[in-house]
Every structure is written in C-alpha cells, then in structure tokens.
Design a protein around this ligand. Structure first.
Ligand code: ATP
Ligand code: MG
Length: 481
C-alpha cells in the first residue's frame, strides 16, 4: 500500500508529526509483511515455497530459505515481495531499525523509564540499553527512572536520574534497579506527573496488564493532542504474548528450571518409590513447563493449563503415577502454576485477586504434594515425595546471553521508534526481525486454542512441542487417551 497506509498499520503516529512523515527514507519504506498462512499452505504452494533471494529483494539480514517457516503461521517478507503473495488480512509491521531522518530533536527530549508487573530476567538489561541508546546514539541527556511501577509516577521521591555510569553494570544483576509493583494505575495522576515533569518519551516495560495501561495512556494523550510518545517493551517470563517470537527472560527461565528438575530427578531416583515434583511458572500458558521438560528429558509427567486432566479416577494422574511407580520405582513431575485450571475450576475461582486484578491461583503444587502420596498409599505404594518450587530463584537470576541480546534489540528498537515519530507501539522480534507492533494489535490478537485477547497459549492440537513432550515423557493425554 501507500506509505501513509503503512504508517496507519504500523502504529499511531503522534499527531504533531503526522504531516512530516512523507520523508524519503528507504528504511521506513521497506516494511515487513506478516501474513496468516499456515506452514502447510505455504509449503504446498510452489509460488511461495521457492524462497529465492531474487524473489524477495536484496539486503535482508535473514536467510531466504527460512523466509516461510514460522510457528503460529506467520510469514515474513519484505515489500519487494509481489503483491499477490500477500493474503487478505495480512498484517504489516515496520522494521524496528534506526531511521535516516529523525523527527524529534534529542535536545528537547525528557525520557522516563518504568518497570511494572512481576520480575523477569532481563529487566535491567532493557533499562541499561534504553539509557545507552538514548544517551549515546541520540544524544538525550535527560533520562529519569520511575521507581516502583506506575504508582511511582505520582509518589514523592520516586524519580531517579539515569546516566550511562549509573546503568553501566546493572545488566549483570537480576531484578530491576527501578523496582516494580502491581496495582496503583491511576490515569489522572500519571498524566499529571508526565506533564508536570515534562516527559515527552515514556518507555514502559511490562506485561499484559501494563500494556493495557499503556493503551489507556496513549488514548488520553491523543485526546489531549499532546506531543508525548509512549512505547511498551513486552515483558512476560511465561512467553504468553502473541505475535512476537519469544519474550525476553523466557530462555533464561527454561535454563534455570533445569537445576530444579535435576534436583527432583536425583531425589526421585535416590529412594524407592521416589517422586520429585517441581512447580514452574505459567499462569495461563505452559510454555516454561513444557520447554523445561523437553530440555530436561527426565520428566515423566508435565501438566500445563492448556491440557486438561483429571486427578482421580482410573484415567487420572494419581492412577497413572501409582502404576508408573510400581514398574519404574520413581517419577519426576513438572506442573505449571496455572495447571489447576484444567482440573479444579471451582477452587481456582475461590482465591481472590491481586492488586492488579489478576486471579490468585489455587496452589496446584501444594495440592499435588499433599494428595499424591495419600493416593499412592491407596494403591499400596509408600511413596516419598520431594516438592520444589523454584519460582523466585528462577525469575530473579540475571538474563542469559541470548536474552541479553534480545533485551538490547528490543530497547534499541523502542528508541528508534519514538525518534521516527511513532507512539502507542510495542516492540518485538517477529521471525528474527525487530519490528514495531501497534499496542492495539498486541493486546487484541489471540494465539493458540482458547487464548484470550492479547494472549498466547500452547495449542495442544497443533504445537509440535507438545506432541514431542508427550513422546518424551510417555504420558497419556488424560482427556481422550
Ligand atoms: P506480569 O503479569 O507479566 O507480571 P503485568 O504487566 O501483566 O505483568 P500486572 O500486575 O497485571 O502485571 O499489571 C502491571 C501494572 O499495570 C499495574 O500497575 C496495574 O495496575 C496496571 N494495569 C493492569 N491492568 C490494567 C488495565 N486494564 N488498565 C490500566 N492499567 C492496568
Ligand atoms: Mg500479567
């Protein structure tokens, strides 16, 4: 489409700069097109399957042959790609790269950075890279950290000046130097603070709740026609944000979970009828439990929110484990924290909500710990169970190398986007390429069966990783065998 159409697709352009966007800048004019074809359709279509370099234009940083392969059915191509290759309903994203011409004078910028929601490896890496990119690549000298999440905007003493020397080594530590929180989102107070402090670039690192807050903030700024740019950097250790390849911290979490699963395996194998039980993160989506189990290879049963199961009854988990213990004398179980939803709906609802309004989950780990041994006894097995919940040990570690790289890509893309004149967008890698993603889109797309808006879930019918897991563990599908 025309450049203006692309701009509309790519994000809300700050009102002030809308008419400036006719700049002749090749990097802006080469968008990435994402279409919703499935892998199968693409592979079956000879028109699309060739992937020859000439077909897609030159200068791409990814291998042409990987062009059409993407879990979730997205396809990436650039604008040199002939129009008829693009599905109706295709989504176009702009590259999250630097622009030849920038639309904002760095001397006028007062930037704010805030972290919200739960901890996740890599938060400090994102903060560091935002500061470094703003300071060194664009020359911004007014950068403030907001302490303690959204409420920090309107709480006395919660502004912290950020400079390269302050953030130089923070990527080596877990947590967030800016602290974080749940709850306390107040549009009026946050707007007042942004205006009073003169912030015109606001970088907000957080999950689904945080992004809903960003959307409301952007809408309000647009209503008031204020030249304030707001950008989200998606944070979720659970990897449950749609569209993007992978969220930062997820890789680190999968890696760190290995220690807990290995300990559980050692415990289980060191006594007769030993059970090692590990609870991992995953409120609605079981990616961490699934991939940590796939990586470990010694897991015998993995329970995730997406895959229904029964605990009791002849086809239930307790029977399955008891039978296994009789033959193999040990069992290693990984359960995602949200897996209670698959079997204990009524209890799940009974635990109330946290300050951000998220349901407090029924503790399925504790439930299994208490019930499993009792149920084994009914099958005449004296099981010994060791329960490990490594959640806080995992989410507080520093990011591993690949997450550090991902965090810095995201932070750089966020800064490039605001200087290109965009607001109300988030950043992420799609098929290995950093792109700008409109917040509206990010919080509305559903990915995976039964996902809610703005959510990605393991599709147990389609996701090969889940089938691999069943093959690795040998566990049945408790629902329909
Ligand atoms: P995670 O769940 O991965 O830890 P999150 O961003 O979803 O991250 P929440 O605690 O749900 O974490 O929300 C973070 C912040 O966003 C809180 O300050 C909360 O008040 C605010 N928030 C949550 N939902 C909304 C919403 N619908 N509108 C505005 N603000 C919201
Ligand atoms: Mg959340």
């Amino acid at each position: 489409g025309s450049f203006q159409q692309l701009v509309r697709v790519a994000g809300n352009v700050c009102q002030e700069h809308r008419n400036l966007l006719n700049v002749k800048d090749r990097s802006v004019q080469v968008p990435i097109m994402i279409s919703h074809r499935t892998d199968e359709e693409i592979l079956l279509n000879p028109m699309l399957g060739t992937g020859k370099k000439n077909d897609v234009g030159s200068g791409r940083s990814f291998m042409p042959e990987t062009l059409f392969y993407k879990l979730g059915g997205y396809v990436i191509a650039d604008s040199a790609f002939p129009k008829h290759y693009v599905d109706e309903g295709s989504i176009l994203f702009l590259k999250g790269s630097p622009r030849k011409e920038i639309l904002i004078n760095p001397n006028d910028v007062k930037a704010a950075i805030v972290t919200c929601g739960g901890l996740c490896p890599g938060l400090n890496v994102v903060i560091r890279e935002l500061v470094m990119t703003l300071w060194y690549n664009y020359g911004v000298k007014h950068i403030s950290g907001i302490i303690g999440g959204y409420p920090g905007f309107y709480t006395q003493g919660c502004l912290k000046t950020l400079t390269p020397s302050i953030v130089a080594d923070i990527h080596l530590s877990g947590g967030t130097i800016l602290k974080t929180s749940r709850g306390g989102w107040n549009l009026e107070k946050i707007m007042d603070s942004i205006i009073k402090n003169g912030f015109n670039q606001v970088y907000i690192i957080g999950g689904d709740g945080t992004h809903r807050g960003i959307k409301n903030l952007v809408d309000e700024i647009e209503r008031k026609h204020l030249p304030i740019y707001v950008v989200g950097i998606p944070k979720t250790i659970d990897n449950d944000i749609p569209i993007i390849d992978k969220s930062f911290g997820f890789d680190t979490a999968v890696e760190e979970a290995q220690k807990a699963i290995e300990s559980a395996n050692t415990e289980a194998n060191s006594v007769e009828y030993g059970i090692g039980l590990v609870k991992l993160m995953g409120r609605n989506s079981g990616f961490i439990a699934m991939q940590a189990s796939n990586a470990n290879r010694n897991v015998n049963l993995c329970l995730i929110p997406e895959s229904g199961y029964e605990l009791t009854g002849p086809n239930g988990v307790y029977s399955y484990i008891s039978e296994r213990l009789k033959v193999k004398k040990h069992a290693v179980i990984v359960v995602a924290e949200g897996a209670a939803a698959s079997c204990l709906d009524e209890k799940l609802a009974a635990e109330g909500t946290d300050p951000s309004g998220n349901p407090i989950l029924y503790d399925i780990g504790k439930h299994l710990k208490e019930e499993l041994v009792k149920c084994c006894k009914k099958h005449n097995i004296n099981a010994t169970l060791k329960y490990i919940d490594p959640t806080y040990m995992i989410r507080t570690v520093p990011a591993n190398s690949s997450d550090k790289i991902l965090c810095s890509e995201l932070a750089q893309a966020a800064v490039h986007g605001t200087f290109a004149g965009f607001t109300g967008f988030s950043v992420g890698n799609v098929t290995g390429q950093a792109v700008f993603i409109p917040i509206d889109l990010l919080i509305s797309i559903k990915e995976g069966k039964d996902a809610k808006e703005g959510q990605r879930r393991v599709d147990i019918d389609e996701n090969m990783m889940w089938w691999r897991l069943m093959a690795n563990t040998g566990q049945p599908s408790f629902i329909n065998d």
